[in-house]
Ligand binder design. Structure first.
Ligand code: CA
Length: 219
């Protein structure tokens, strides 16, 4: 089991990431301090590091510089402010493997983590999800129905991916909302229903069953 080190001082976001990663089968370690994160990374405690820029002691860039300076090659995905292109560029230049602008949806982060871990091990098998005639290629972010390519927006793709990862399971609106839209979204929103309608229109109405009072299921 891969262990993911989550370096984030905001408890709400750290818990959101840890909860999702545990559900996806990862072991997690949450560390709010940059100094401690450096020690953990050098000690080989992590297979991958999710690293926030804003930390109470040393910032994420400094953490990254120190661990890379010690020869640690563990993949690092940085959490940056969406508005800050400078942060993103600085992160990649200082040796991050990828970055994730905040606010982000959990499924987006998970896709990047899985991609990084697979790139490292060279495996490719789970990069295409299929269900009956539906197929999603997670590397190219392309969807197809019976071999015919279908254009999905990024959000639609993320939502479709959640369904294909959980065939036959009822996914609640809250699960879909936090998975595809992230922790900042209004729980009273009907955006999930709207997007399930889009998926039905694009991928086929009979795949996405409404389970009254509970949510939706891929059948
Ligand atoms: Ca922070």
């Amino acid at each position: 089991m891969s262990q993911i080190l989550i370096v984030e001082d905001e408890p709400r976001i750290a818990a959101f990431i840890a909860k999702g990663l545990k559900a996806a089968g990862f072991a997690t370690l949450v560390e709010p301090s940059g100094h401690n994160a450096v020690s953990l990374a050098i000690g080989g405690e992590a297979d991958l590091i999710v690293l926030d820029v804003g930390l109470p002691d040393i910032d994420g860039f400094e953490v990254l510089a120190r661990i890379r300076g010690q020869g640690v090659t563990t993949p690092v995905i940085m959490l940056t402010a969406r508005s800050s292109v400078a942060d993103t560029v600085a992160g990649l230049q200082s040796g991050a493997d990828d970055y994730m602008p905040k606010p982000f949806s959990f499924e987006e982060l998970l896709a990047r983590i899985q991609l990084r871990l697979r790139t490292d091990t060279g495996g490719e098998s789970a990069m295409v999800l299929t269900h009956r005639t539906l197929s999603l290629d997670l590397r190219t972010r392309r969807a197809s129905v019976a071999g015919r390519e279908v254009d999905l927006t990024a959000r639609e793709f993320t939502l479709a991916e959640m369904f294909l990862r959980n065939p036959g399971h009822v996914l609640s609106r809250e699960q879909l909302l936090s998975g595809a839209w992230g922790y900042d979204f209004d729980p009273g929103s009907n955006v999930v229903d709207v997007y399930v309608r889009y998926l039905r229109r694009k991928l086929g109405a009979d795949y996405f069953e409404t389970v009254r009072g509970m949510g939706y299921r891929l059948v």
